[in-house]
Design a binder for this molecule. Structure first.
Ligand code: CU
Length: 138
């Protein structure tokens, strides 16, 4: 009798542990989905900011065409993307609106072929890179 009760208790404990395991897996999956951001269908390019850093140091654009740049900010800090003729310039060719955590669709105007500088204005020393604008393929 005593023995039976013990093994029943053991079985019950095992079931509880397995149940917790399943719940843990399920919540990990749903967190993963929540983090995934799907760019809008008209986006030409997606750039993500996380931990005061961009996920790329080079943006490739096609000359003479507006670019729809989908910007994802995973930080609590405000970030933007601005394009300048060169580093240190204070005269932007494009300046994206600053956003907190979330997403925004920037419309970068058509640029001449060439190499430019991009940065997040509040974090320029940590968040910057090169914009390469090339002629459309023939
Ligand atoms: Cu920033």
């Amino acid at each position: 009798m005593q023995r039976r009760a013990q093994s029943a208790a053991r079985l019950a404990a095992l079931v509880v542990v397995m149940g917790i395991g399943l719940v843990a897996c399920a919540s990990a999956d749903s967190n993963g989905d929540a983090d995934a951001v799907t760019p809008p269908p008209d986006a030409d390019l997606t750039v993500t900011a996380e931990n005061i850093s961009f996920d790329t140091d080079e943006l490739r654009l096609t000359a003479g065409e507006e670019t729809v740049l989908f910007f994802v900010n995973r930080d609590g800090d405000q970030h933007n993307i601005a394009i300048y003729p060169e580093a240190g310039s204070s005269d932007p060719l494009f300046r994206g609106e600053l956003i907190g955590e979330g997403t925004i669709e920037y419309r970068v105007p058509a640029l001449e072929p060439g190499t430019y500088h991009f940065q997040c204005d509040p974090h320029a020393p940590m968040m910057n890179g090169t914009v390469v604008v090339e002629e459309a393929a023939p």
